[in-house]
Design a protein around this ligand. Structure first.
Ligand code: NAD
Length: 476
């Protein structure tokens, strides 16, 4: 049986813990009990990691693409081999079901494999110049990357950041969320066991604001990759600006789902209800605002309430659990506040709306309907199992509601009218659009938002290129 591991940082190849460092209690979200103590970096640790990252970059930028690819493919194979352990550890510290963390392992392996292939296709180009001149456009790794990964995909978030940086020839200092450190360390170990020099990828943990301020103030760091809330993303973008550090920002969303009367309603309901409870709604591309054409509104609302009321919520390690606890104590608190506020402003609770039990961080899958637009939940990312359902008359009204907020990460539409599908693909302001599907991520597909949901891409060729800079060389 997999045990939750002892925790450490990995700086310049050394596993670091103890030494009088401050610690953080990693907690099991099913019980609220401490799983292990995590050591937090001090200034000396961060300086040591920066110096090693500089050395790591000097070495790795010259590693042949075939060598980088070999390491990445091997790491992918190790993730697949170690899936049972990695998945259990991720479920223990984050709470989502074992079925979900197993899928996350497969996705992580997929990102490493794709990046392995991609790093061998980082072609430049030769320009057509007057006779006697040669001009070449070449792609180079940007330099040491500071990467901040959140807790909601404890295996996947670190993987996509590590895969892109390593493929591009960068070194990387990863600060994954303190709440889910063991998953990130497990992925990193796969890279080391695959042969990655240890100064190329390192793991630090700490007080997030201390770590980001320190790393982003260093001239060694050339790239920031952040996944998390829009508030923190804006703060980090300002810090990065002082050193003109390039940024990839994967921030919050408020997923609009437009449901039309010509949709396959059974498929829409089955897909949307499953999508809503995935990781208890703590997914940046979670379907959130259901914008439903009025003549199918009641059918959709009642169908969603029926499905969410039947979801089996429990310990993610147990067979049959469909939705685990929320990841930390902040989330059920936030859900409670959203529901109380929406009800006070006139919304209806069709199912759920309350915490479950008094142990751990469980919250009921919830449907709210007829919600006034000034309710907090209609404006802030709920990041939880709340489905918000409102009726609309026309396609134009529905598009206007989809675009009402400054978020633009994922949007979804359910309609069988092909012309309408194309109009929506044009009109909805998002970085990713799912039409009659909620499957919108894959290793080969760029993943990104617009407006307050961020900029630059992860995954796909664009994700690797986001860790590179272009140089044009003109020869006389
Ligand atoms: P938060 O905003 O405090 O933190 C979000 C993430 O950013 C965490 O991983 C945290 O460790 C990190 N972070 C916070 N301050 C930082 C700093 N100064 N420097 C570097 N990293 C920092 O909120 P939270 O309570 O952990 O999560 C709640 C909100 O965050 C959610 O409502 C959701 O909007 C957002 N979130 C988004 C994603 C995503 O995939 N885009 C993932 C997790 C959380």
């Amino acid at each position: 049986m997999t045990q939750y591991p002892k925790l450490h940082m990995v700086i310049d190849g050394e596993e670091i813990s103890g030494g009088g460092r401050r610690t953080f209690d990693v907690v099991n979200p099913v019980t609220g009990e401490t799983l292990a103590e995590l050591p937090l970096a001090n200034e000396g640790d961060l300086n040591r990691a920066l110096e090693a990252a500089q050395r790591g970059f000097a070495r790795w930028r010259h590693a042949p693409a075939t060598e980088r690819a070999k390491v990445l493919h091997k790491a992918a194979a190790l993730i697949r081999e170690r899936t049972d352990d990695l998945a259990r550890i991720a479920t223990m510290e984050e709470g989502k079901t074992l079925a979900e963390t197993k899928i996350e392992c497969m996705a992580s392996a997929g990102w490493f494999d794709f990046a392995a292939g991609e790093c061998q296709r980082l072609y430049g180009r030769e320009l057509v110049r007057p006779v006697g001149q040669r001009s070449v456009v070449r792609w180079e790794p940007v330099g040491p990357v500071a990467a901040f990964a959140p807790w909601n995909f404890p295996l996947g978030n670190p993987s996509r950041k590590l895969a892109a940086a390593v493929a591009a020839g960068c070194s990387i200092i990863l600060k994954s969320a303190e709440e889910t450190p063991a998953s990130a360390l497990g992925i990193l170990q796969c890279l080391y066991d695959a042969g990655l020099p240890k100064e190329v990828a390192q793991a630090v943990f700490g007080v997030p604001d201390e770590v980001s301020r320190h790393l982003l103030a260093s001239p060694i760091i050339r790239k920031l990759s952040f996944t998390g809330s829009t508030v923190v993303g804006k703060h980090l973008a300002k810090l990065a600006a002082d050193n003109m550090i390039r940024t990839t920002m994967e921030l919050g969303g408020h997923g609009p789902v437009l449901v039309f009367d010509d949709a396959d309603m059974d498929k829409a309901l089955a897909t949307a209800s499953t999508g809503k409870i995935r990781n208890a709604g703590q997914v940046c591309v979670s379907p959130t605002r259901f914008i439903v054409q009025e003549n199918v509104y009641e059918k959709f609302r009642d169908g969603m309430a029926e499905r969410l009321a039947a979801i089996k919520v429990g310990d993610g390690l147990e067979d049959g659990t469909q939705m685990g606890p929320m990841a930390n104590s902040r989330r059920p608190d936030a859900m409670e506040k959203f529901v109380v506020d929406a009800k006070a402003k006139g919304a209806t609770v069709n199912t759920g709306g309350e915490r479950i039990g008094n142990q751990g961080y469980f919250f009921q899958p919830t449907v709210l309907s007829d919600i006034p637009l000034d309710a907090d939940v209609m404006n802030e990312e709920p990041f939880g199992p709340l489905a918000l359902i409102n009726p609309y008359k026309s396609e134009d009204d529905m598009i206007a509601e989809a675009n009402r907020l400054p978020y633009g990460l994922a949007g979804f539409a359910w309609t069988s009218d092909v012309q309408r599908q194309r109009r929506l693909a044009d009109a909805v302001e998002v970085g990713m659009m799912g039409i009659n599907t909620h499957m919108i991520a894959g290793p080969d597909a760029p993943f990104q938002g617009v407006q307050w949901s961020g900029h630059s891409s992860e995954d796909g060729p664009e994700g690797v290129k986001a860790c590179m800079v272009v140089k044009t060389v003109h020869e006389g």
